[in-house]
Write a protein that binds this ligand. Structure first.
Ligand code: IPE
Ligand code: IPE
Ligand code: MG
Length: 243
């Protein structure tokens, strides 16, 4: 990719997300364990979060673990569990200092009490009212599971006469989905595959989508800025006639 011409680009109000894929292949390529690949991936997260805050994004939502990832080997899941605890432990004070609000979403209860406690602590201590950046981590998340639980909650509200059928709108659906964003502006997927893998299905309706072959542990701040710049230079038509 060409060098970014605009490293000072600011994108206030923009909601971006990343499917951070390629840790396993990076580990294999470097003759390391899968867990070392994930470990390297966490280091990249740190840099990209700083960069997203500098670019003044409204939010950055990172796909860390999907509902489908529960089918991975126990050893890998245990490694990821330890990494979540370690990452929160080592990065929390810096996130507080940077005024980044952390929010985990998905069903991560199967990771157990230590992870749940660490997450709650991190969310409590970063609950800034006006954060510099909202950092959302999808953990045990699946777009379909999210839509199913939201549908059930909406049906329940209607049954209890707390909501009328006519009132059900995009806004209502976003309110009941667990993902703490509404329309997603930009989705980046690393690792070379061009698919959504059950991420933010409802939110992706009009997202700009960028795929890069770079494996997540090799992803750099510079490439991230190039993605933001390409997004900035894209005309978003939303179905309208503009010529
Ligand atoms: C993404 O990297 C991280 C998780 C899904 C937890 P992968 O582990 O899927 O990496 P590849 O796709 O095998 O290279
Ligand atoms: C998507 O990556 C999920 C995360 C990055 C957490 P996967 O590696 O699980 O997705 P597939 O298997 O390529 O669809
Ligand atoms: Mg993968």
């Amino acid at each position: 990719m060409a060098e970014s011409k605009n490293p000072t680009l600011k994108l206030p109000g923009i909601n971006a997300a990343i499917i951070m894929d390629g840790n396993g292949r990076w580990a294999k390529k470097n003759a390391l364990s899968v867990t070392s690949g994930h470990e390297r991936g966490v280091e990249v997260v740190k840099k990209i979060v700083e960069s997203a805050a500098k670019a003044k994004l409204e939010s950055l939502s990172l796909y860390a673990f999907s509902t489908e990832n529960w089918s991975r080997p126990k050893k890998e899941i245990l490694g990821i569990k330890k990494l979540i605890i370690k990452a929160i432990d080592s990065q929390l004070s810096e996130l507080i200092q940077q005024e980044v609000r952390l929010n985990f979403f998905g069903d991560y209860s199967s990771f157990g009490k230590t992870v749940i406690d660490a997450i709650f602590k991190a969310e409590r201590s970063t609950a800034f009212e006006d954060p510099r950046l909202k950092l959302n981590i999808a953990l045990g998340y699946g777009g379909r599971a999210d839509i199913i639980q939201a549908t059930k909650l909406i049906a329940q509200e209607i049954k209890l006469d707390k909501l009328s059928l006519e009132e059900v709108s995009d806004e209502t659906i976003f309110k009941f989905l667990k993902a703490p964003i509404s329309d997603l502006d930009l989705l980046i997927r690393t690792g070379g595959d061009q698919r959504i893998s059950n991420f933010l299905l409802y939110h992706l309706a009009y997202s700009e989508i960028q795929f890069t072959d770079t494996l997540w542990p090799d992803f750099t701040e510079e490439e991230f800025l190039q993605c933001l710049e390409a997004f900035f230079n894209t005309e978003r038509r939303f179905g309208k006639r503009t010529i």
